[in-house]
Design a protein around this ligand. Structure first.
Ligand code: KG4
Ligand code: ZN
Length: 332
């Protein structure tokens, strides 16, 4: 481990308590993820207070487990990385407090990481990021198109103006009485159906790379009111196709606009089989190098945080122990 940067990352921004040990920003020695999904399922969504309490209960144990699995002692660590935001404030605070305590006890640097930067760097764990690139982040909390010309250099090209794409999947699934989180259920049904029903696509003003999904959700609600009998799988396919048409088209418009040949994707919705296959086909057609991490690295995890932290660490800018969680932390 000598001359290596061994970073322990902590991620607690939402409903996953995760701790990971990553060497030099790419070699994952451990990535322990403790999901609270089953706890929140009963409520049909993440309950912030419940999430924070569960993080408190789990964090120490998960830190120990991550070190054990990595076969690394605390004294071998170079730095501690933590998600500073955006996320649920009470949940973020648990990770930030744990990270500060470790950094202070070990007298090593503390590196705050932006959650979306983390999602992008999940791709660096698959293969080294090649610049310039476009990153499409699609999760329950975010829908963003980011341009990067170098490490840690972000330009936002587009974002959702209302619901995040995963949130739209979950809300429509709820209308259709599917269990939470609904994304995977819509995906499964859509694969069996055909996009027979006509639903709107929100392209917004000419040239805009922003997204809007709340109108589509309302259109589905309207459709269900007006049509008591409909084919569930066809409605799922119609909704999913309407989402993907806009997502995929705007992603490739961003690629053309910025003249890049690398596309990276992350966030829970990157698990969507329709999205994956459409991105793969279009990337092949347009000779774009596409990276989509494995499901475990697409959803919230601490390895992506430790990877991004490696590049922040190279830049210096140490922070002190005054570090606080910032629930609406801007990327740029
Ligand atoms: O990144 P993630 O695990 O959590 C955050 O929001 O940060 O993303 C979760 C979101 C949920 O909205 C879930 O419904 C959606 O990802 N999702 C999917 C699929 N798998 C998960 N959406 C569509 N198709 C899927 N296969
Ligand atoms: Zn996330």
């Amino acid at each position: 481990m000598e001359n290596k940067n061994v970073i322990l990352g902590i991620e607690t921004s939402c409903d996953e308590t995760s701790v990971s040990v990553v060497v030099d920003g790419h070699a994952v020695l451990s990535n322990v993820i403790s999901s609270q999904m089953e706890i929140h399922q009963a409520f049909g969504g993440v309950v912030p207070e419940v999430a924070s309490r569960r993080h408190v209960e789990r964090i120490t144990l998960i830190i120990e487990q991550a070190l054990l699995e990595a076969n690394v002692t605390k004294n071998q660590l170079t730095a501690i990385a933590v998600t500073q935001g955006p996320g649920l404030v009470g949940a973020l605070l648990v990770g930030v407090a744990a990270a500060k305590a470790l950094a202070y006890a070990l007298r090593i640097p503390l590196i705050p990481v932006h959650h979306i930067a983390g999602h992008i760097y999940a791709n660096h764990l698959v293969s080294p990021l090649q610049f310039p690139l476009i990153a499409l982040i699609v999760s329950g909390g975010h829908t963003e198109l980011i341009y990067m010309k170098d490490h840690m250099n972000f330009e936002r090209l587009g974002r959702t103006r209302d619901d995040a794409v995963g949130e739209a999947f979950d809300k429509v699934a709820r209308l259709m009485n599917l269990p939470y989180p609904g994304g995977p259920h819509i995906d499964r049904l859509a694969a069996q159906g055909s996009p027979a029903y006509s639903l709107p696509r929100a392209w917004l003003e000419k040239g805009s790379l922003d997204f809007s999904f709340s109108g589509l959700k309302s259109a589905v609600m309207q459709f269900m009111k007006q049509n008591e009998r409909y084919v569930e799988k066809d409605l799922a396919a119609s909704f999913q196709t309407a989402v993907l048409d806009v997502l995929v088209e705007k992603t490739f418009r961003a690629i053309t606009q910025k003249e890049v040949s690398n596309l990276v994707v992350a966030g829970g919705v990157a698990a969507n089989s329709g999205l994956r296959s459409r991105l793969h086909n279009r990337a092949k057609q347009e000779k774009i190098t596409l990276t989509i991490p494995s499901l475990e690295l697409c959803t919230d995890n601490a390895a992506m945080i430790a990877s991004a932290a490696y590049f922040l660490y190279q830049e210096g800018n140490p922070v002190d122990l005054e570090l606080n969680a910032v629930p609406n932390l801007p990327l740029i």
